[in-house]
Design a protein around this ligand. Sequence first.
Ligand code: MSP
Length: 547
Amino acid sequence: MDPYYVTTPIYYVNDRPHIGHCYTTLIADVAARMHRLIGRDVFFLTGTDEHAEKVVAKALENGVSPQEWADRNAAEFKKAFAFMNFSNDDFVRTTESRHTTRAAAYIQKLVDSGDIELGDYEGWWDASQEEYVVENVAKEHDYKSPVTGRPLEKRTEQNYFFRLDHYAAWLEEQIADDAIRVLPEARKNEVLGRIRQGLQKVPVSRRIKEGDADWGVKMPNDPAHRVYVWIEALCNYLTVVDTDDRIKYWPADVHLMAKDILWFHAVIWPAMLKALGREAPRVIYAHAYFISEGRKMSKSLGNFIEIDQLRAYADRFSLDALRWFLSTQGPLGANDADFAYQRFVEVYNADLANGIGNATSRVSNMIAKYFEGKVPEPSDIVVPGESGLDPRDGTTGVAESFTGHAGAMRLGEALAMGTDRVSLVDRYINQTRPFSIAKQIDKGEHPEPLRGRAELGAILYTCAEALRIASLLLYPAMPEKMAELWRRWNCPHLVDPADCNSAFVAPLAELAQWGGRYGLKAGQEIAKGDALFMRADPAEPAPDAST
Ligand code: MSP
């Protein structure tokens, strides 16, 4: 199997992390965990983008050096990501020399090849986004930032330029043919539309002015110029793996981000790579935004969902419940998604408390009661439900379908394979009524008690094994809770059962084999325990970060 490389944007360190940063990184984490489960060698990269002008401005405001400010907030990002249990293999900070030296070398190479050249530039500068806005877009937005609405400034300067215009035809072809897949589909059409309007050369540097903070990477051929932060930042995806032992991960399988920064990733970055003679990333995936209780989150409304609020949800419902809600209800598609408390409780109760949580305790309780906590014989008896319902159905194709969904970033569909199997088990129990069979045997009312006992065993084996397979599919979103279940049920899926982040002992195709080498064995002990998820009362007020 080929290695798998997934990235998130590297986040600005002018401020602390919030739900948006956590969301994209969570999606990357879920995708990374899915591919590790499938059996691929995964590299998952996230990090911080530190050389922005707004970092200098914030540092000044707070009376510290840019480096100190960056250190402080990079630490906040690391802390937030550890809290979210992200399994990133590395965390890059663009102030690290492993990044800056290689980024400078790429830029020198582009100067040498003539892809970067000196020229005059006059344009609309969006200080809030640290980017130039092209004339027609500036005009369309009344010369205000299309993202933040702040006024644009006219700037004229002598800059180095990247000849993006040389790559228009190549980009159009690559994207139209899905050699570089831009997803979701709606985003691909937008990008193609813009490319077809024509591409201009892109400024990649600014002349350093007197009094400018010494912050950022200088043009390697002309130290009077500083490399524009975006150009340097994009290089992180390559600088971090451009080493003998990591280059096997290039090209990236997926660059993840929200739609705000799609252009840089789908157009400028692939063109830079082409000019460098490197392969382009395979998928550029730009999701939509999280909004909060129906309203766009903004600094002025003060309604950003901060880490403290996420912590309050995790304290009440468990971290994995929060991860579940964000990853299944988030804006992974083309539409924005709402972070709303009532919806959270609904999803929590339906999928977790009444779903996997209830099904696993129901089955382990019955196994405790009727089989002394030991997995019963699977037996040859097949007991289908009333409508022929059988939780074994489709288990042979599980690894293949899951791999298909994960590879195409249909993470919701992949996870739904887990919840669907849980509901199947629920319906199967309701139809086959193992508790009634047990009661009949107990009271001496069963016409064939031996047969009844074998049937009871077969039903419970079927339920438990189906739930074991479901739990594998749910793991990427809920690693702690599923590892907890595997400890109780003695399932040997992880190299270190005590560590939910340890490697899998075998690929999904083997782990998910019904009654296979890693399947439940007759006689194996299954401990009951507290419910994995306690039911939530929707009448209770939302968790409050301040209490
Ligand atoms: N530093 C640049 C990225 C450089 S990548 C080479 C940057 N940083 S950022 O801190 O502003 O992060 C933007 C990203 O944060 C978005 O693309 C998205 O991944 C995430 N989100 C920020 N707000 C968000 C929401 N409200 N909802 C979902 N994700 C959002 O841009």
